[in-house]
Design a binder for this molecule. Structure first.
Ligand code: DX5
Ligand code: ZN
Length: 225
């Protein structure tokens, strides 16, 4: 199975973001992951559509936009217009989840649905036809540099089984403390897309090329099927 590395822009060197993105592209990451936080759904605040719009011309990498905001349906068009290829919304933040996912598809982007660690997989019932990606959070969203919530590992396996049983090729993405070792454990459970942050691609003391190579090595040959 082809593994996708989505590098978390929140963890990049924000004093020289353009250069860092060029380094990530040269290092061979597959996507760029944007953590959008509103200080309501999560306690932290990051960036909005303007950053995405400004970065769109500087790289050819697909933009994976993780909206940690309440009622994202109100802002989807702005993120799409700014250059989002994937728009991922939290089930917990949407009053009308199916409508929100359908609206993302109508805008011409690829829809994804995210679940917090304590949200059961049953939250995906009735919306899997509307999502091309499911993001299982492996930490509680809001901050980089947190420790893995171990209970999310078997949850990855349960979702991978369900997707296989139903014959779906929905991308199973994981986000939060995706270290080299945790990435290997997540891949063994069936994860296919890895949000890479402060403990892998952006790890201190490693170049982006070294961090990306080490993450690919950790993932090599570790898929479930
Ligand atoms: C957490 C964010 C993550 C974060 C990952 O709220 O959604 O994308 O950047 O960072 P690490 O890998 O440091 O947990
Ligand atoms: Zn994220």
């Amino acid at each position: 199975m082809e593994m996708i590395i989505s590098a978390s822009v929140m963890c990049a060197d924000l004093t020289r973001l353009g250069e860092d993105i060029a380094a990530l592209e040269a290092a061979g990451v597959d996507w760029l992951h944007f953590d959008i936080m509103d200080a309501h759904f999560v306690p932290n605040l990051t960036f909005g559509p303007d950053l995405i719009r400004n970065l769109r011309p500087v790289t050819r990498l697909p933009f994976d936009v993780h909206l940690m905001i309440e009622e994202p349906i109100r802002y989807l068009d702005r993120y799409r217009e700014a250059g989002a290829d994937w728009i991922v919304v939290h089930a917990e933040a949407c009053g009308h989840l199916q409508r929100t996912l359908a609206a993302i598809r109508d805008l011409g982007a690829r829809p994804g649905v995210a679940l917090n660690p304590s949200t059961p997989l049953s939250a995906l019932d009735y919306v899997l036809d509307d999502a091309d990606l499911v993001l299982l959070m492996t930490v509680n969203p809001g901050y980089a540099g947190q420790r893995l919530v171990e209970a999310t590992l078997p949850k990855i396996g349960q979702l991978a089984d369900r997707l296989a049983e139903e014959g779906r090729n929905t991308i199973l993405q994981v986000d939060g403390n995706v270290s080299f070792e945790n990435a290997r454990r997540m891949a063994l459970q069936g994860a296919r897309c890895f949000v890479a942050g402060s403990s892998s691609v952006f790890a201190e003391g490693l170049t982006r090329a070294e961090g990306t190579r080490r993450l690919r090595e950790a993932l090599e040959g570790e898929s479930r099927s």
